[in-house]
Design a protein around this ligand. Structure first.
Ligand code: G
Ligand code: G
Ligand code: MN
Ligand code: NA
Length: 262
């Protein structure tokens, strides 16, 4: 319908833009990077979130050029942050997380496009994290995993997004070229009440211990209160994201947030 037919022209007309939500180290509270979240400033409907148009873009194939645009913009943005806020030995340079849809994974140009984008921007592969949902990788065969393996070998981090909502066999994790688990928001919500939901506590404790034993870092999403952050820190989670720290916002905001703790 209307939105679908307007999508291709929207890319040409530069109607998409990206907001960034900081990723914060739970141990010391420092900003370590941000997740790129795409939006569409539609001339009639105003700002549309990704749930309104990503499924349409996936259906029509526009997700490939759109995803490439998001990656290019975000990586160049990361370069600007790194130039203004180099980080230090403990924190490393500011990093950028970009979401990848399943269609992009099966597109043959993914690895070369990513290499080209990083090189053109002068950004090191280890400053990039690509987020793939758990459900996209359930039952993935070697053909689908191969580009992710290649990227991982170059130093790009692969994160398993919305982790804990799918039905993946935990042992299956060893097979995936993944270095970060992004724990789904629903677990964070279980920490909201006091005392926290005992089942959620046990599950998070188990996931963190399994993740760390496999050398994976754990990022938590949807942190809205200081109590949640503290609980998740005690449980051993590494990095957090959520409204408690900052809502998704324009790139300048990350400069301010990162420079405060510099
Ligand atoms: O913060 P927000 O409501 O915008 O994010 C909603 C969902 O949209 C998230 O699950 C996120 O993974 C997805 N999303 C945001 N930006 C992108 C993008 O550039 N590409 C893809 N494939 N998904 C995105
Ligand atoms: O890729 P992913 O689905 O995880 O994208 C993050 C989504 O979660 C976005 O829609 C973002 O706006 C939303 N979000 C980010 N922080 C919070 C939070 O603290 N609480 C809630 N309810 N949603 C959040
Ligand atoms: Mn994500
Ligand atoms: Na997520």
């Amino acid at each position: 319908h209307g939105l679908t037919t307007a999508l291709p022209a929207a890319l040409d007309r530069n109607e998409f833009f990206i907001e960034y939500q900081p990723l914060v180290h739970l141990g010391d509270g420092s900003v370590r990077g941000a997740e790129a979240l795409v939006r569409w400033l539609h001339p009639q409907h105003g700002v549309l979130g990704p749930d309104r148009f990503i499924p349409l873009a996936e259906h029509t194939g526009l997700i490939v050029p759109l995803g490439r645009w998001v990656l290019d913009q975000s990586v160049r943005q990361a370069k600007q942050w790194q130039e203004r806020h180099g980080g230090n030995d403990a924190t490393g340079p500011l990093r950028i997380n970009v979401n990848l849809s399943p269609c992009q994974l099966s597109h043959p140009g993914l690895v070369q496009d990513t290499v080209d984008i990083l090189e053109r921007a002068g950004v090191s592969p280890d400053a990039l994290c690509l987020e793939v949902t758990e459900s996209a990788l359930i039952g993935a065969d070697d053909d689908l995993l191969k580009p992710l393996r290649q990227l991982a070998e170059m130093g790009v981090d692969i994160a398993l997004d919305d982790f804990g909502t799918g039905y993946s066999n935990l042992a299956n994790l060893r097979r995936l070229p993944v270095s970060i688990l992004k724990l789904d928001r629903s677990f964070t919500q279980g920490m909201q009440q006091f005392p926290a939901d005992p089942v959620d506590l046990k599950i998070v404790e188990g996931i963190v211990s399994l993740a760390h034993s496999l050398n994976l870092a754990v990022t938590v999403e949807g942190v809205e209160t200081g109590a949640q952050a503290e609980q998740l820190r005690i449980l051993g989670c590494d990095t957090a994201q959520g409204w408690y720290y900052a809502r998704p916002g324009p790139p300048e905001r990350l400069h301010e947030l990162a420079l405060v703790d510099a």
